[in-house]
Ligand binder design. Sequence first.
Ligand code: GUE
Ligand code: MG
Length: 310
Amino acid sequence: MTRIIDGKQQANRLREVIGQETLGLQERHGIRPGLAVVMVGNDPASQVYVRNKARQAGEAGIASFEHRLEANVSQQALLALIATLNADPAVHGILVQLPLPASLSEAAVIQAIAPDKDVDGFHPINIGNLATGARAMVPCTPLGCLMLLRQQLGELAGKRALVLGRSNIVGKPMANLLLRDSCTVTVAHSRTHGLAEECRRADILVAAVGRPGLVTGDWIKPGATIIDVGINRIEEQGRSRLAGDVDFTSASQVAGAITPVPGGVGPMTIACLLLNTLQATCHQHRLPFAEDIPQRALPTHRKPTRSVTS
Ligand SMILES: Nc1nc(=O)c2c([nH]1)NC[C@@H]1CN(c3ccc(C(=O)N[C@@H](CCC(=O)O)C(=O)O)cc3)C=[N+]21
Ligand SMILES: [Mg+2]
C-alpha cells in the first residue's frame, strides 16, 4: 500500500513541540524568540506566505516583525534595514522573502544578514558549514524534506537518493543533507542524460525543478519514497490550483510513500523556519538547544530493519 505522507499533520506536531519549548524559554529565562520577515514589493502569493508565517509563528510563541518595502526601494535602504535587524536583540531570525525585484542583488542582501540570524540558511557561511558537516543553519525546505524522510524510513544510510534540481535553495542543500545521512546521492537536472532511468534507480526521489507533473509513475522504482517539493500554480479548466513536480495519480500507484501538494513539503518548510528561529534564539543567548525536537515530534513510522546477526 502506498502511504501518503501527511506533511500538514507532521508540521502541526512539530510546531506544537516548538511551542512547548518557547514557553519554557519564556518561563525560565524571560526570552521570546523573534522573527523578522522582510518583503519587497507586493506579490500576492508572497503576501499569503508571509501572513501564514506570522500567524504560525504567533501560535508557537514566536514574535514576528513584518517589514514591507516598496518594490522600487534602493539596495542601500534595504541593506540599512538589515543592519538594524542584525543589531536588534529582539530579532533572532531574519528572512528576506525571495525572489527580490531584479534591480536588487539577492547575493548582496543574503550576505548582509548576520549568519547567526540567517534562519533561511542561505548565507555562504551557513552553506559552507553545511557542506563541511559543521553546525549550520539549514535551509528550511530541504530540512523539512529530511525530517519527512527520516520519519518515513527511519534509517537513510546506504539508500540511493536522487535529487532532481540543483538550486541553492533546495537541490544543493538537500544533496548535502542526504550525504550527511550516508545516502548515495545523485543530483540530476534539466541537462541530465537519461533522466527517467536515473529516477528509476532511486530509493528516495526528491523533485524540486518547478515543472508540473514532470515525474510520472513509469519513472519511479516500485516502493520508492517520493518527496515532491514543486509548488506550481497552474490554470486548469479556468481555475487555478497547486500542482507538484510529480504526477500524483500515476506516481502513487508505484511509490511506497509520497508527499501530496498541497499538504506535503510546504507546511514543513514553515515549521522548520520556526525551528530555526528557536535554534537561533538559544544560540544567541548561549542556551542549550534541544536537538531532539524533530525526533520527539515525529517518531519514526517504520522501524529500521535489523540484520539477524546484530
Ligand atoms: N527567503 C525565502 N525563504 C523561503 O522559504 C521562501 C521564499 N523566500 N520565497 C517563497 C518560497 C515559497 N515558500 C513556501 C513556503 C510554504 C508553502 C506552503 O505552506 N504551502 C502550502 C500551500 C499554500 C497555498 O495553498 O498556496 C502547501 O504546500 O500545503 C509554500 C511555499 C517559502 N519560500
Ligand atoms: Mg506541499
